[in-house]
Design a binder for this molecule. Structure first.
Ligand SMILES: [Ca+2]
Ligand SMILES: [Ca+2]
Length: 309
């Protein structure tokens, strides 16, 4: 039996539609894959380019700090060229910006432990004052000391050693060693995100034994040096410092801080943080470089991390 002619035509039309549909699906898929490839390649290129720009910025900043060491190695203060935040600079395809901060204007958490591995009571008292000034519990200093010190005996009355952290979910242990980033504080018992955000601008993690640069230190840091310096006096001292350095650090501080503390302050810096950001189209990259400058002015990055903002 032959199918009626109209039925045959119907099948042919359906087949033709099926072929066209399949062809369209394949073509759209190919276009989609190719556009994804293009986006991926574009993003990879932007990432490479951004990183190169930031490495270039780091080298440039190294040169600024080296020049500063040659020209004014006897003092580092906030009126110097390195401390000026740059307006975003146009580069091919985007913008780059950056700022340099003196990390010796902050409290070095690793100073809590002496090179001999003992708790440094002067540094601990300084951290307690800093916490008090920020209206936080000064006992948090004991928690941080326990995090860093080599023993596993919790400080009295409110330290935190393995026994404290073993009960957490998930459980973890204290490193009992110097830290590489102040963000480790967030793992310390008592440091929630809000507490950490309050403390973070005033602390850093450098090799132990660094001195506080009083020429760049903020009022909170100056107040951490002595029970006799409150925020009001710190503000007066900063006014006296003006946009430059203290004319004589010993004379300014000898009657205001303990003699042992006087040996912990200085007017120069070796460690700086460069925060460099680059935006290329929709791609953004930020690099944090911890820079160490030696007495000859040579600058090298001893720690780098990348972030999205
Ligand atoms: Ca200088
Ligand atoms: Ca410990």
């Amino acid at each position: 039996m032959m199918a009626p002619r109209s039925n045959q035509r119907g099948v042919a039309v359906l087949m033709a539609m099926l072929v066209v549909t399949l062809g369209t699906i394949i073509a759209v898929n190919l276009m989609w894959i190719s556009s994804l490839d293009q986006r991926r390649t574009g993003a990879a290129l932007a990432a490479d380019q951004a990183l190169l720009y930031l490495q270039g910025a780091e080298a440039w900043v190294g040169d600024i700090l080296r020049q500063d060491q040659i020209e004014s190695g006897e003092s580092d203060h906030l009126g110097e060229i390195w401390a000026v935040e740059l307006a975003p600079l146009p580069v091919e395809g985007g913008l780059i910006s950056g700022r340099i901060e003196d990390l010796q204007g902050r409290f070095n958490l690793n100073n809590l432990i002496t090179p001999e591995g003992e708790v440094d009571q002067i540094a601990k008292r300084q951290l307690e004052r800093l916490l008090e000034t920020l209206q936080l519990d000064p006992a948090l200093a004991t928690v941080v000391v326990d995090w860093l010190d080599s023993d596993t005996e919790a400080g009295f009355p409110s330290g935190g050693e393995d026994a404290t952290y073993a009960g957490m979910d998930p459980p973890y242990r204290t490193p009992n060693a110097l830290i590489t980033s102040p963000s480790e504080l967030m793992a310390n018992v008592g440091f929630d995100l809000e507490t950490y955000r309050l403390v973070a601008p005033y602390v850093t993690a450098l090799p132990s034994g660094t001195r506080l640069n009083v020429n760049t230190a903020s009022d909170v840091l100056l107040a951490s040096l002595s029970d006799d310096i409150d925020l009001a006096l710190a503000a007066v001292l900063i006014e006296e410092r003006g946009g430059a350095n203290f004319s004589d650090i010993d004379i300014t501080f000898e009657d205001r801080v303990e003699p042992e503390v006087l040996g912990r302050i200085d007017g120069v810096s070796q460690y700086f943080l460069l925060t460099g950001s680059v935006a290329l189209g929709t791609y953004q990259l930020t690099m944090y470089s911890l820079l160490e400058r030696d007495n000859s002015g040579l600058v090298r990055a001893i720690f780098r991390s990348l972030g999205a903002s």
